[in-house]
Write a protein of this length. Structure first.
Length: 577
């Protein structure tokens, strides 16, 4: 029996022998993953050409399935992994094989580049590489060498990103606020050949929005298109000053597939940050950053394709400009927006990018939450905070962490606990912490306003193994929020902090915590009671006398008389006699 099923009806799959998913890349990735099951699955998708639907399938799913199908090197017995096979069909579906029109279209729009990535002749040390500014007028001049360089840049784009379209090419060529940089190894001018491109960075200048426009946007409740980071920051913190600052958003960073995880992406980001902080311009007569004399709309009105003579231009400036010879734009920050994964977050956090926004609704295409992060740059015209690294971002980053922590039990309840803990970035090692009166005052305030003396007695009973953990479950979220806001300076091991995080902040029970951490139930309970003992011990040692003094007590009942009423009456009669 052959049956057609809508992708969103994956829950109705039962007794399936073969499932065929056509144009899988056009279906949101979480739904494709939900369609996979213990049956034979055929996935087909057009990933290249003008009908291509993107490479999210190959970059986000097929690589994962391929790695899972490979047997472990340590296993001696038969493998229990499923068999994975990939077949590529390269024959044209609209043109005859080798048709010049298709070839022209692919070359014009840089469509078929995934299989034509140039090889790298050598891999220099990242510290020996240099970042160059790419002159876009020369890049899109249609000269032979410039065209080859453009094709190589786009090949890295296609190989590194799951979503590509000809619009990306138009944005690179025409958007006035966009700039391109490439990381190259040491250039040997005697070889007279184009150098290998190790990494490409595309940035978009944002900000410098008038305060009047920011206030109007806040009052109207929506932001104009463009300037992603300024408007999102303005919305999240209801701040009308930040949009007036100038910044650069890293739109894309693409590393050559043969040079992944070798430090080239990190080297490019470091050099870009140094450049925009003015640490690389050494010549006083460095090229000035020219502002356009007319707006885009004015230029469009003056130009006409019917009158313009389209031909390769002469007397063009050099394609690559050394950053020492170009004066950077004056910026206050670098920013980035990306799909939140452990690997990407670790990369940007390593380069001092601090998150200020995580979308509560995951992407329908990838299932990932959108994350925006900032890296403040040294600037003399803006008041910095107490933190050297955070600068002006310090109070906003603190506010973000507090809001993110509050949402962990709802919008981010199903976010991987390791990733969520990385985003929250709470301190769990207080071994070098010196107790202070401030710590004591915070603890006393907690005991006075949140925890009652009876709560402390229950914690004491559980810490002494006298009661079941169910008796204190209502206290776990309170203690977790206080601990991960760094108000309880108690050192916890990784497993103990993870259990407290899952149960206290993400509102997971013992069973869900067991599955999330991949450990046995007994281990969860063991780490849980150790955590509670440490927290109770700190609270009791810090404010034990205050707890005892405020504990309400029942009035003592007088002991019953040792003699009966008859004996008392007899004694009274004898006294009367």
């Amino acid at each position: 029996c052959l049956q057609y099923l809508k992708p969103h009806d994956h829950g109705k799959l039962s007794q399936v022998e073969l499932l065929v998913i056509d144009e899988a890349a056009a279906i949101p990735l979480p739904i494709v993953k939900a369609l996979l099951g213990p049956y034979l699955v055929f996935l087909s998708s057009t990933v290249n050409g003008y009908e291509g639907t993107g490479r999210s399938l190959s970059l986000k799913l097929l690589q994962q399935l391929e790695s899972q199908s490979q047997p472990s090197a340590s296993s001696d017995g038969p493998s229990s992994s499923r068999l994975f096979k990939k077949i590529e069909l390269n024959e044209s579906i609209r043109y005859a094989s080798g048709d010049p029109i298709e070839t022209w279209l692919n070359e014009l729009l840089c469509l078929d580049l995934a299989n034509s990535i140039p090889n790298i002749s050598r891999l220099p040390h990242p510290e020996h590489c240099q970042l160059y500014y790419v002159n876009r007028d020369t890049l899109f001049s249609y000269h032979k060498e410039s065209e080859v360089f453009l094709q190589r840049m786009m090949a890295l784009y296609v190989a590194s990103h799951y979503k590509n379209s000809p619009n990306d090419l138009q944005l690179m060529a025409d958007a006035p606020a966009h700039h391109l940089f490439v990381l190259l190894g040491p250039v040997n001018e005697s070889e007279n050949q184009l150098p290998d491109i190790l990494c490409v960075i595309q940035v978009c200048l944002e900000g410098q929005i008038s305060r009047k426009s920011a206030i109007r946007s806040l009052n109207e409740g929506h932001a104009p298109s463009g300037d992603q980071i300024p408007w999102k920051f303005c919305e999240q913190f209801q701040d009308n000053v930040f949009p007036s600052l100038s910044g650069a958003r890293i739109v894309r960073i693409a590393v050559h597939p043969s040079a992944l995880r070798l430090g080239y992406g990190s080297a490019a980001v470091k050099l870009l940050s140094s450049y925009y902080q003015g640490e690389m311009t050494v010549f006083k007569d460095a090229e000035e950053v020219e502002e356009p004399d007319v707006t885009i709309s004015e230029a469009a009105e003056k130009a006409s394709l019917l009158e313009e003579s389209i031909k390769p231009r002469a007397n063009l400036p050099p394609l690559l400009v050394n950053l020492e010879d170009r004066r950077p734009e004056k910026l206050h920050y670098l920013g980035v927006s990306f799909g939140l994964t452990q690997e990407l977050f670790r990369f940007w956090r390593k380069h001092s990018f601090y998150p200020f926004y995580v979308g509560q609704i995951p992407s329908a295409v990838t299932g990932e939450h959108t994350c925006m992060a900032l890296s403040p740059l040294n600037s003399d015209d803006i008041k910095a905070g107490d933190s050297i690294q955070l600068g002006f971002l310090e109070p906003f980053y603190k506010d973000f962490r507090q809001r993110f922590r509050r949402l962990l039990g709802t919008s981010f309840r199903h976010l991987n606990f390791k990733l969520a803990m990385s985003v929250l970035a709470s301190k769990i090692d207080f071994s070098h912490h010196e107790p202070s009166e401030h710590d004591t005052s915070i603890t006393l305030k907690l005991l006075r306003d949140v925890l009652s003396p009876h709560d402390m007695k229950r914690l004491e009973a559980y810490s002494n193994n006298l009661v079941d953990y169910h008796l204190i479950l209502d206290l776990v979220p309170i203690l977790a929020h206080e601990y991960f806001s760094e108000k309880l300076p108690v050192t916890l091991h990784g497993a103990q902090a993870s259990v407290l995080f899952c149960m206290g902040l993400q509102d997971k029970d013992i069973g869900a915590t067991k599955e999330e951490l991949g450990i046995e139930r007994e281990q969860v309970l063991s780490n849980f009671i150790k955590t509670m003992k440490k927290l109770y011990g700190y609270l009791n040692n810090t404010a034990g006398k205050e707890i005892e003094a405020t504990l309400p007590r029942l009035k003592e009942i007088e002991a019953p008389l040792s003699r009966s009423m008859d004996e008392d009456l007899d004694e009274a009669a004898q006294e009367d006699d």
